[in-house]
Design a binder for this molecule. Structure first.
Ligand SMILES: [Zn+2]
Length: 407
């Protein structure tokens, strides 16, 4: 089966995950794609395939060379974002994109103008797969899934290509932050792995944010405003004062690259009590600690000014930057760069302004940089994928699987 045929088949399966569900997987419909992948893998001749109760597909392929070489892993996620419907996806192929405005849906007057979407300038002349404007496409991350499947299909069709042992995993619930919750690193057996999940096909990314969250609880005192003099403490006003004590420019709206931020995600309350939730991000661990200290200093100042117990602050660490771990094993990154260069592309590494499942896996003992997919503008109706780039990615993965046997 051709890569694109495969991709279109997978995006038509609704696999939207749910942030409010507590089951694993978060939505049972993700198992529809999991089962399809199990059967497709078996059709390719991969015998050792496991679907766990929590919806993870693991597959294992043994090496075909006598030399002992490391086991390489490839990972992609099956779910799509809760931000936009993934029901009844109707992918459409645009051959040889001419650089103009793309009409996604003439009835609903939904168009994609290169003026609003500058990434389109980079894919003029490519064949593109787009949506009908009513759903997301699901290239995030079914492009990754289809590319891995296509690469496996080529490896299986060419027993003369020498490769080491390979582990494959397709995971649920990445989009709701639970992609590695039930991932069994020991069972997976790989010495190192790559997530194939978004970004340019020439990218190999191994830096991400260090992440923490802060919950700020402001305790006020509510009393009838007519008789409030010297008694009322309005927690809403105190909350605003707390925010003003934080550095003005540590804000996502004015940061990029390696600049960290504090982002106020929710704020709710009344005179008696207000709660604020922040996420705190920085690539640099020490800088992140300084940002945390800013929160503690603001709390201490407010508690001295208004009385102890006015501000309760809870700071929790979330995920960490994988860079320091990967740096000890840069051959993993170098091999990916070589495979990308073998495809005639110039490899690049950029610092991800977010987290990845690979970062969590790295801290679970499986070093795991991220590779691109050729999908763009994910999580919405303007998502699209370049056919040429998807084919390049499959090729890169085929080279990568053979790299381990070269050294
Ligand atoms: Zn993704």
């Amino acid at each position: 089966m051709d890569l694109i045929e495969r991709f279109i088949r997978y995006v038509k399966v609704d696999t939207q995950s749910s942030p409010t569900s507590t089951t694993a997987p978060s939505t049972m419909k993700q198992l529809d794609l999991a089962r399809l992948l199990v059967s497709d893998l078996k059709d390719l001749g991969v015998e050792d395939v496991v679907l766990t109760e929590q919806g993870i597909v693991y597959a294992f392929i043994e090496g075909n060379t006598d030399q002992s070489c490391p086991r390489v892993g490839l990972i992609a996620h099956m779910d799509t974002s809760p931000d936009m419907s993934g029901t009844n996806v109707k992918p459409r192929l645009i051959s040889h994109y001419d650089g103009g405005t793309i009409v996604l849906n003439s009835d609903l007057n939904i168009t994609m103008d290169p003026k609003d979407f500058p990434s389109l300038a980079g894919v003029v002349g490519h064949d593109l797969i787009v949506t009908d404007g009513t759903t997301l496409l699901g290239a995030d991350d079914k492009a990754g899934v289809a590319e891995i499947m296509d690469a496996i299909s080529e490896i299986m069709r060419h027993p003369e290509w020498k490769h080491g042992p390979i582990s494959i995993a397709f995971t649920p619930d990445e989009e709701v932050g639970r992609g590695t919750e039930n991932f069994d690193v020991n069972f997976f057996k790989a010495d190192y792995a790559y997530t194939v999940d978004g970004g340019e096909v020439n990218s190999v990314d191994y830096e991400n944010f260090n992440a923490a969250s802060a919950k700020v609880c402001v305790h006020g005192l509510s009393i009838h405003p007519g008789s409030a003099k010297h008694k009322m403490k309005n927690s809403l006003l105190l909350a605003m004062e707390f925010q003003q004590l934080l550095p003005v420019f540590d804000n996502p709206a004015v940061t990029e690259g390696y600049e960290g931020f504090n982002h106020l995600t929710t704020m709710s309350g009344d005179c008696e009590k207000t709660e604020m939730n922040y996420i705190i991000r920085n690539h640099d661990r020490e800088q992140l600690n300084k940002q945390k200290a800013d929160f503690e200093n603001a709390r201490d100042f407010m508690n001295r000014k208004y009385c102890a117990g006015t501000i309760d602050l809870t700071i929790e660490d979330a995920y960490k930057n994988m860079r320091s771990y990967i740096e000890d094993r840069m051959t993993i990154v170098e091999q990916a760069k070589e495979a990308i260069a073998q495809c005639g592309l110039t490899p690049v590494s950029t610092a991800i302004r977010g987290g990845t499942d690979g970062a969590s896996l790295t801290y679970m003992g499986l070093p795991c940089p991220n590779l691109g997919t050729g999908g763009r503008q994910c999580h919405g109706k303007f998502e699209y994928a370049s056919v040429q780039e998807m084919r390049q990615m499959s090729q890169i993965l085929q080279y990568l699987m053979q790299k381990a046997a070269e050294d």
